[in-house]
Design a protein around this ligand. Structure first.
Ligand code: SF4
Ligand code: SF4
Ligand code: SF4
Length: 232
């Protein structure tokens, strides 16, 4: 649990990071890296997209000495953007699922295309592509740089994506909990059970035992699902 002071420090530090969400630092994105620097004293030299200029900014902000980029995290290089080779794309949508900033447009079984201005060059769409049709190329003329405005735009896109995923997961959790509850009601009806009410005389003992076992399993699943939903 972060204190208010921690949260403010993380907010300030996060804004200094390039927001490519590439995970090269070893964390799940720029904010988790900022959290690790603030709360776990993670080294400030693990962000290749920020490079030496980024390290200097982090050093000035934290009061730490300037150090060289950790080569284990990656190398500093010019901006690149993803390009999808249209003739090869099979429209599987795996790249869309992987892109942390929603920079790929497309629909199932349709050609996919990269929104160049939004592409952070994170490379995360490359591994999941089953036909290897994504290439990293130089950006169009005039878009070679990665400005602070680009970073803030990427941060906003990343946050919107995270919120959308959260909403979808929540809806899915509600659906599963409702489905399990419905199954429970059906079991009760079939076995003549209702809460702690006595078992119907006609049900044979093996069936009653099996119904009670299933009921216990489903009840536990429903309770876990409801607890997870309540914790959000
Ligand atoms: S740009 Fe990549 S390496 Fe740098 S902090 Fe963000 S996720 Fe980590
Ligand atoms: S299109 Fe690929 S390289 Fe560009 S931001 Fe999305 S995942 Fe990263
Ligand atoms: S992962 Fe590759 S094949 Fe699938 S939609 Fe993306 S670019 Fe096309």
């Amino acid at each position: 649990m972060h204190t208010d002071a921690h949260r403010a420090a993380i907010d300030a530090l996060e804004l200094l990071l390039p927001q490519t969400q590439c995970t090269q630092c070893g964390y799940a994105g720029c904010r988790p890296y900022a959290e690790a620097i603030v709360t776990q004293a993670a080294p400030i030299n693990r962000c290749p997209p920020g490079g030496s200029a980024g390290i200097a900014i982090l050093a000035a902000h934290t009061g730490q000495p300037i150090v060289a980029l950790d080569p284990d995290a990656g190398i500093e290089r010019p901006r690149r953007v993803a390009h999808i080779v249209a003739e090869l794309c099979i429209g599987c949508t795996k790249c869309i699922e992987a892109c942390p900033v929603d920079a790929i447009a497309g629909a199932p079984k349709r050609l996919h295309a990269v929104i160049v201005q939004a592409c952070t060059g994170c490379d995360l769409c490359l591994p999941p592509c089953p036909v290897d049709c994504i290439q990293m190329v130089a950006p169009p003329l005039g878009q070679e740089g990665w400005s602070r405005a680009d970073a803030q735009n990427a941060r906003a896109r990343h946050q919107r994506r995270a919120q959308r995923i959260e909403r979808l997961q929540l809806a899915q959790a509600h659906r599963l909990a409702d489905k399990a509850q419905h199954h429970l009601d059906e079991l009760d009806a079939a076995a003549g059970l209702k809460g702690d009410a006595p078992v119907a005389d006609t049900a044979d003992s093996a069936a009653r035992t099996e119904a009670a076992r299933k009921r216990a399993v489903i009840e536990a699943a429903v309770a876990r699902a409801r607890a997870r939903l309540a914790a959000r």
